[in-house]
Ligand binder design. Structure first.
Ligand code: GLP
Length: 241
């Protein structure tokens, strides 16, 4: 695991953007694994800025997002479909037909999950998987105790994750209880992983991921097994290392 500690949020985002842009410049038809959450918003802004400046094109890239809430339609303002549209897809030249997220409103969510896993495989797998980290050590929605061998499936969200994500919803009760998420094994099969964590609230989870035991109680620690994982941190997220 390569750990890059940058002085502040802006520097961390710039460094992560450099890695993504380089991947797409080297392989214009790269398959990108994308992530959501507050951490990624300044990153998507930076990528859109570089696109507008003519430095990168996503015209030939394919994307697969990590996860989606069950029960929310793509148009729901709190869905990850909506997030991706607003934060990134609307601002770059990516082909909408090549963007993929799990179908949270499918009548059979497990069948939708199986189909999603197959589509990733049919696309040739993920070249670069972007990841954030939950305060409890989750990646995607692989909550603590998720099997390290897991594939795309339905996960029940922990109370702490629902509380952390409640800020996007009107109330805790409206915050979804379930999600479709790619599995830990799906993530580990990506050719490269890039995890970004910023801010002091992530410091403990970051220390468990990097220095703690490899264990399902901290799903992000599975990245210790990955041969080409890079972790980009700002100083605050690195303060417990
Ligand atoms: C959600 C997402 C994760 C993300 C996490 C952290 O739970 N499913 O993929 O990493 O939030 O979000 P934030 O960046 O807002 O702290």
């Amino acid at each position: 695991m390569k750990v890059l500690i940058l002085p502040d949020l802006q520097a961390a985002i710039a460094r992560a953007a450099d890695i993504i842009v380089k991947t797409v410049q080297t392989k214009p038809d790269a398959v990108l694994g994308l992530a959501t959450g507050g951490t990624m918003l300044p990153l998507y802004d930076e990528l859109a800025h570089r696109h507008r400046a003519g430095k990168v094109s996503f015209a030939s890239t394919t994307s697969f997002n990590l996860d989606e809430y069950i029960g929310l339609s793509p148009e729901h303002p709190c869905s990850y479909h909506h997030y991706m549209q607003q934060a990134f897809f609307d601002h770059v030249d990516i082909d909408p037909a090549r963007t993929h997220l799990p179908k949270g409103d499918a009548s059979d969510p497990q069948a939708a999950a199986d189909d999603y896993e197959a589509r990733i495989s049919d696309a040739g797998g993920i070249d670069l998987q972007l990841l954030g980290i939950g305060q409890n050590g989750h990646i995607g929605f692989n909550e603590p105790t998720a099997s390290l061998g897991s594939r795309t499936r339905i996960k029940t969200l922990t109370r702490s994750t629902r509380e952390a994500n409640q800020r996007y919803f009107r109330s805790f009760d409206e915050t979804p209880q379930y999600a479709i998420t790619t599995g830990v094994a799906t993530i580990l099969e990506s050719r490269k992983c890039l995890l970004i964590a910023t801010g002091a609230a992530k410091a403990e989870a970051v220390a468990r991921m990097i220095e703690g035991p490899l264990a399902a109680v901290c799903p992000a620690s599975a990245l210790q097994l990955h041969k080409r994982a890079t972790v980009v941190l700002d100083a605050e997220a690195a303060e417990q290392l």
